[in-house]
Write a protein that binds this ligand. Structure first.
Ligand code: UD1
Length: 430
C-alpha cells in the first residue's frame, strides 16, 4: 500500500500547472468510440481512472495509440464486443459513459454496474429513464446494466434531479438518435459543455449545453476530430485551498478562471486575496482566515468535489463555520481522520459544524476517498509535525503527480511503499 509522508508547516509558494479535467476526459474518451474514424484527444490527464477506462476500451477492440503522456489517438472502427466487464472497470464511476456511447452507435451495450468513490448511494435511475425515453430497453441483470433497441428516437426528457452523469449519457445516445431530444433540468457543469463541444466537433448537433435545457438533433454518424480537454476545475481548486490552508501564495496556471468563481468567492470571503488573469488564478493567504457557511450545489454552485478541501481549511479558520453537503449523503467520512489531527468538527446529518482550531498536529490517517484524500493531504501540509496518509491509491485516481506538484510549491511530501520506507522518510524529512 502506498502512503504519503508529509512534514507540514511550510507555506506553499509558487506556480503549478493544472492538467486536463478528469471528469471531462472520462466522458470524452467514451464518446470517442462513437465514430469509426480516428479521434485525437489532447490534454488528457494521466490518472488511474482514465487509464482504467482506456484499458477497458482496448479490451472490447478499441485501438488506442498513446502519442505522448497527455495525447492519445483512438480508433473504434473494430469494436468486437459490446459487453464491458473488466476487472477494474467496476471500480470507476465513469464506466457508465460507455453505455450511452455504445448505445448511440450500436444500439446495444452491456456494462458492469459502476463503482467509484464511496460517498453515498449513487443511483442510476435517471440514466435508465433517459435511455428508455429514447426507446431503448434498459435493465439491470446479473450486476450488469443492459441497454438495447432497434432504433433510438428523440424525446422530451425532464430530469428529476440535476445529474452530470445522466445528462452526458443521454446527450451521447441522443446524438445518434432519430429526430430531436430535449433534456430539461440538465446539469450545467463545465464538463457537460466540454463533452457537447467535443461531440459537436465530431459532427453532432447539440445546443444549449451549459444551460438547463439542452437540445440535441440526432445525426446519422460522427466523424474524426482533434480536441483538447478543458482544465480540471477540481484539481485547481484543491491547490487553491492548499495555498489558503498553508498561508501560502500559489498561482494555478492553465485554468479557466470562470469555472473557479464559486471557489474564488469563498476564498475571498474567508480572507484570501485572489488575482485573476486570462488563464491563471493567484491565491494569497496572508491574513488570519475567518469562518463562513457553504452548501454544495450543482454548477455554478460550490462543487461537492471541493467540500472536503474547504472544510479542512475552515477547520483552521477563526470562528464557527457550517458546511452543508447537498449532493452526496456520505461525504464526511474524513472528519474522524481530521479529528485525529486536532480538528473540532461535529457532523449532524448532512451538515458539519466546524469550530476553528489554531493548528493541526501530524497523525497517521487514512484517505477515505479521492477528494477527501486530497483534503487530508492539505491538512498534513498545514499541520505541525509529520502526517502519514494511507490508501493514496484513491488520490491517484484523480490527481496526476500530486506529490511532485506539491513539492514544486515547496511542500515536504514523499511517497512510501511500506512501513520501512515510512520510517526512513520520517527520519529524512522529520
Ligand atoms: C459526477 C462526478 C463526481 C461529482 C458529481 C457531482 C464523474 C465521473 N464524477 O458524478 O466527481 O461529485 O458528478 O458533481 O464525472 N442521481 C440520481 N439518479 C441518477 C444519477 C444521479 O438520483 O441516475 C443523484 C446522485 O445520487 C447525486 C446527484 O444526482 O445526489 C448528482 O449525481 P451526478 O451528478 O450524477 O454524479 P456523478 O455523475 O455520479
Amino acid at each position: 500500500m502506498e502512503q504519503y509522508v508529509i512534514k507540514g508547516g511550510n507555506p506553499l509558494v509558487g506556480e503549478v500547472e493544472i492538467g486536463g479535467a478528469k471528469n471531462a476526459a472520462l466522458a470524452i474518451l467514451a464518446a470517442a468510440t462513437m465514430t469509426d474514424e480516428t479521434v485525437t484527444i489532447e490534454n488528457l490527464p494521466d490518472v488511474r481512472d482514465t487509464n482504467v477506462l482506456m484499458q477497458a476500451m482496448e479490451e472490447i477492440g478499441v485501438h488506442i495509440d498513446r502519442i505522448d503522456r497527455h495525447t492519445v489517438k483512438i480508433n473504434a472502427g473494430n469494436i468486437n464486443d459490446l459487453v464491458v466487464d473488466n476487472e477494474y472497470i467496476k471500480k470507476i464511476r465513469a464506466s457508465y459513459y460507455l453505455l450511452g456511447a455504445l448505445l448511440g452507435k450500436y444500439k446495444k451495450a452491456e456494462v458492469a454496474l459502476p463503482g467509484g468513490c464511496n460517498i453515498g448511494s449513487r443511483p442510476i435511475d435517471q440514466h435508465l429513464k433517459g435511455f428508455r425515453a429514447l426507446g431503448a430497453k434498459a435493465d439491470i441483470s446479473h450486476g450488469h446494466i443492459c441497454v438495447e433497441t432497434e432504433k433510438l428516437v428523440g424525446n422530451h426528457i425532464y430530469m428529476d434531479v440535476v445529474t452530470v452523469g445522466a445528462t452526458i449519457n443521454i446527450i451521447m445516445a441522443a446524438a445518434l438518435a432519430e429526430g430531436q431530444t430535449i433534456i430539461e433540468n440538465a446539469a450545467k457543469e463545465p464538463h457537460v459543455v466540454d463533452v457537447a463541444n467535443f461531440l459537436n466537433s465530431m459532427g453532432a448537433n447539440i445546443k444549449g449545453a451549459g444551460t438547463d435545457v439542452i437540445r440535441i438533433r440526432g445525426v446519422e454518424k460522427l466523424h474524426k476530430t482533434e480536441y483538447s480537454v478543458i482544465p480540471d476545475q477540481i484539481e485547481a481548486g484543491t491547490f487553491m485551498f492548499a495555498a489558503a490552508a498553508t498561508k501560502g501564495d500559489v498561482t494555478v496556471k492553465n485554468v479557466i478562471p470562470k469555472h473557479l468563481e464559486s471557489i474564488s468567492a469563498k476564498l475571498i470571503e474567508i480572507g484570501c486575496e485572489i488575482k485573476e488573469s486570462d488563464d491563471a488564478v493567484r491565491v494569497v493567504s496572508s491574513k488570519p482566515l475567518t469562518h463562513t457557511h457553504v452548501k454544495t450545489l450543482a454548477y455554478p454552485g460550490f462543487p461537492t468535489d471541493m467540500q472536503p478541501q474547504i472544510a479542512v481549511t475552515l477547520a483552521l479558520s477563526e470562528g464557527t463555520s457550517i458546511v452543508t453537503e447537498s449532493i452526496f449523503e456520505n461525504r464526511f467520512r474524513y472528519v474522524d481522520e481530521l479529528t485525529k489531527m486536532g480538528a473540532n468538527i461535529k457532523v449532524e446529518g448532512n451538515t458539519a459544524i466546524i469550530e476553528g482550531v489554531k493548528k493541526y498536529t501530524g497523525a497517521h490517517i487514512d484517505a477515505p476517498d479521492l477528494r477527501a484524500g486530497a483534503a487530508l493531504v492539505i491538512a498534513g501540509l498545514a499541520a505541525e509535525g509529520i502526517t502519514v496518509v494511507d490508501d493514496i491509491l484513491y488520490i491517484e485516481r484523480g490527481y496526476e503527480d500530486f506529490d511532485a506538484k506539491l513539492r514544486g510549491l515547496g511542500a515536504q511530501i514523499e511517497k512510501a511503499t511500506d512501513e520501512n520506507e515510512v520510517q526512513k522518510l520520517k527520519l529524512k524529512i522529520g
